[in-house]
Write a protein that binds this ligand. Sequence first.
Ligand SMILES: [Zn+2]
Length: 153
Amino acid sequence: MPLVTLTTFRTAQDAHLAKAVLEDEGVPAFLGDENVSSIAPYVVPNGVRLQVAADDFDRAEGILNRIAGMDVAEKSTASAERAIRHPEQCPRCGSPDIRRTRRLLGFSIAAALLFAVGVAVDQLVMTFYLAMAICIFFLVASPFRCANCGHRW
Ligand SMILES: [Zn+2]
């Protein structure tokens, strides 16, 4: 089965991300330049080709389009790449510069501080309930933040 190039990514990181998405959907995908080191976010001079079997092309393209929310076939590689990394635009100002908030990191820091205080004041039961409350807070916290206008949703 001949391989055909689905699209080309500017960085190995994005190519690996798209490959993982396709394989998650059951479409075997191959990177044209396997010597490209793992998930380093370096810009690869000639780009990294994402290839699939010719028979899988339409399906793979459909999956990437669905993920990217745009037509990869139009060869708008840079915007497809950006759309995969940032699947949404800011609903307030339309900026594509969206950051995912680091909920796990925030929770880890808050929990670590809380337990340090809890041990210091010998109130571990109360600390436990507070940790649960903080956990729920982080779970319902907005996952996206606009880097342009600061809007969260
Ligand atoms: Zn915004």
